[in-house]
Design a protein around this ligand. Structure first.
Ligand code: KIV
Length: 287
């Protein structure tokens, strides 16, 4: 629930209504403080299973569990007030069939308070999307490069090189759309395929490594902030936080080693007279 009653959180229908209109701004978030920072600027925050790689240091997203997604989903919901929050269904939590998917997706919604789930939607997942939507669970589809299929594909590889591959991605998108997905992530596809998908489906498309002609865009926030040495071709770095953190940690380490930190103002002198004043009066709320 929103901390301020006058702030209304965006919903799945709000996002769907943006088809063909002002581009939908989406980013990933995994923690409460980051969600709080991104909330004023975004329409949708995705608790992506990319958190397995970005936060937990896994080699890909296959090892991510439902419990990890729920824990991070809860954190993001504590930070975001206005944006729609979508939680990724991790590998193994929805592919076996609609009923397992429903039980797991319902758990995600109940335990996090998020408004929707996302599934990587190969054609066989369309029936599951329809089953969930019919039972009150908004679903975002995800076509093109599907990171959870890394063991089948062998590596993360953009899609749409051949006419067959283009047709396959278009079929996946149409299937997710017809099943009732409220929006569809289009990841890592040939630049000319993304607008083709966008005009073929009713749901807004959210591009990543796709095209500016999608209905919205998403990036992994940590990539955009420049927290990694390497970023994929499709990422635009808007900051170089890696260098900022490096500089800050280096300066701190030097201060600790030379005993310049902490200074007198950064310590508690409890026996001194000034310390008899209430701490709050000095602005120290931590006690
Ligand atoms: O897991 C994720 O962060 C995603 C986005 C990159 C779309 O699926």
């Amino acid at each position: 629930m929103s901390r301020h009653t006058d702030i209304r959180r965006l919903t799945a229908p709000d996002i769907t209504l943006r088809k063909g209109g002002e581009p939908i701004v989406c980013l990933t978030a995994y923690t409460a403080p980051m969600a709080r920072l991104l909330d004023p600027h975004c329409d949708l925050l995705l608790v992506g299973d990319s958190l397995g790689m970005v936060v937990h240091g896994l080699p890909n997203t296959v090892g991510v569990t439902l419990e990890m997604m729920i824990l991070h989903g809860q954190a993001v919901m504590r930070g975001a007030e206005r944006t729609m929050v979508v939680v990724d269904m991790p590998f193994g939590s929805y592919e076996a069939g609609p009923e397992t998917a429903y039980a797991n997706a319902a758990r995600v919604l109940k335990e996090t308070g998020a408004q929707a789930v996302k599934v990587e939607s190969g054609p066989s997942v369309a029936a599951t999307i329809a089953y969930l939507v019919e039972r009150g669970i908004p679903v975002m589809g995800h076509v093109g490069l599907r990171p959870q299929a890394v063991n089948v594909d062998g590596k993360f590889r953009a899609k749409g090189r051949t006419p067959e591959e283009r047709a396959k991605v278009l079929t996946e998108a149409r299937a997710a759309d017809e099943a009732g997905a409220f929006a569809i992530v289009v990841e890592g596809v040939d630049e000319s395929l993304a607008p083709e998908i966008t005009s073929a489906v009713r749901a807004p498309t959210i591009g990543i490594g796709a095209s500016p002609l999608c209905d919205g865009q998403i990036l992994v926030t940590d990539d955009l902030l420049g927290l990694f040495e390497w970023t994929p071709k499709f990422v635009r770095r808007y900051a170089d936080l890696k260098s900022v953190i490096d500089q800050a940690a280096m300066a701190y380490a030097a201060d600790v080693r030379s005993r310049r930190f902490p200074a007198a103002a950064e310590t508690y002198a409890l026996s001194a007279a000034k310390e008899r004043q209430p701490r709050v009066a000095r602005g120290d709320k931590r006690g």
